[in-house]
Ligand binder design. Structure first.
Ligand SMILES: [Mn+2]
Length: 393
């Protein structure tokens, strides 16, 4: 028997760029192709099927079509709603709609849960000799409480037991966690984890293993830079348990990362350096990261000119990161601030906030914690608002 484990597919409007949103869909379709080709017995999805709790019609139709392909091939999909699949309140997830239409199994449908006095009783399904159950993720709110009260109605006769969840465990870093690793229920052979978009393999827990496949596409600039590739797990099992576990690569768009040290160069010199590193290509992703102290003011750097040249060279998506450039006369320095910046981002990301929300939050933190240079603040605020098309009141 075999199954595929994916997570964080984020179908919807991840980017303000249609090509990239199509890439996100394409990764999902590649997984469905592989599932059908490999004749796997079932699919486990560890949450964040969609990018938004109220997906566009386009996203809904795409997912419906892909799930129908699996249904026609006789392949079941088991999922827990992720932090992006639920709204801000306690209402049902969009995933429940697909459960009611018979296109997947929502492991947090009310039929699997009974919430009595002190216990959160969870049942699941035994399918192809594998017992599967799970707990959904939730936006912005830590739900350790559910895990403390969790009582699983386990099937001890199944060949393997799979627990699906959508949280960042403390093993990945105290600063990012929204769940203590030790809070996970024991007695499972396979812990199908989601929420953390990087890949993390072979975290031993009790008698089993915790696996984070990561997102099926890069969901922001940081993920493009930090992760070498994207993929999913293929797991084979028999009556003796898990027999083989393999990470399979997805074919994502080629990427190029250009790093420039501003080190007392003028804006013009920096621009020329970027231009000299651009290559003629057909549709690569480009991230330009510039850091250090510029000669003059960082506002002199013509970001839209760099972007235009890159698009003309053939890149399909261009992200230019200037957040770590400082003016000649800036006293703000350097390494410590940058590290702090990363910690803030990772923390907020771990809590399920979007890139947009994180940028805004960080801007606000900056405003209240750095010594105030009104011009700098105004310019950073404007750049942020422009980047995210946020309407000024
Ligand atoms: Mn996610």
């Amino acid at each position: 028997m075999k199954f595929i484990h994916i997570g964080d597919t984020h179908i919807g409007n991840v980017y303000k760029n249609d090509t990239r949103n199509d890439d996100v869909k394409n990764s999902f379709k590649q997984v469905v192709d592989a599932v059908i080709k490999e004749h796997v017995d079932f699919v486990v999805h560890s949450g964040d099927l969609f990018n938004e709790g109220n997906p566009s019609l386009n996203a809904l139709l795409f997912v419906t079509d892909q799930l129908n392909r699996l249904k026609e091939a006789g392949i079941k999909v088991f999922i827990v709603p992720g932090s992006h699949d639920v709204g801000m309140g306690d209402e049902d997830s969009i995933v429940e709609l697909f459960d009611r239409n018979g296109l997947l199994v929502n492991l947090n449908s009310v039929r699997y849960i009974s919430n009595e006095d002190s216990g959160f009783y969870l049942s699941g399904e035994t399918y192809r000799n594998a017992f599967i159950c799970g707990v959904r993720g939730k936006r912005s709110k830590v739900e350790n409480d559910i895990f403390k009260r969790l009582r699983v109605k386990m099937d001890d006769k199944a060949w393997i037991r799979i627990f699906v969840f959508h949280h960042t465990i403390s093993t990945l870093g105290e600063q990012f966690k929204d769940l203590e690793t030790e809070s996970l229920p024991k007695g499972f052979e396979y812990y199908a984890a989601g929420h953390w978009h990087g890949r993390r393999d072979n975290i031993n827990y009790d008698k089993g293993v915790i696996q984070y496949p990561g997102s099926t596409e890069y969901c922001d600039e940081k993920e493009i830079v930090d992760n070498p590739n994207r993929g999913y797990y293929l797991i084979e099992y028999d009556e003796k348990g898990i027999e083989k576990l393999e990470y399979c690569l997805l074919k994502t768009r080629e990427k190029e990362i250009i790093r420039i040290n501003a080190n007392q160069k003028t804006a013009n010199e920096i621009e020329s350096e970027v231009f000299s590193k651009l290559s003629k290509n057909t549709g690569k992703i480009l991230v330009v990261k510039i850091d250090g102290k510029i000669f003059g003011k960082r506002g002199e750097l013509n970001v839209s000119h760099i972007k235009k040249e890159a698009i003309d060279a053939g890149y399909s998506y261009v992200s230019i990161n200037t957040s770590k450039i400082f003016d000649s006369d800036d006293n703000v320095i350097d390494i410590k601030d940058n590290e702090l910046n990363n910690v803030e981002s990772e923390f907020l990301k771990g809590r399920g906030y979007s890139e947009e929300e994180i940028t805004l939050a960080k801007m606000l933190i900056d405003l209240t914690t750095t010594k105030t240079n009104p011009e700098l603040i105004k310019r950073r605020a404007e750049e942020t608002f422009d980047k995210y098309d946020i309407k000024r009141a």
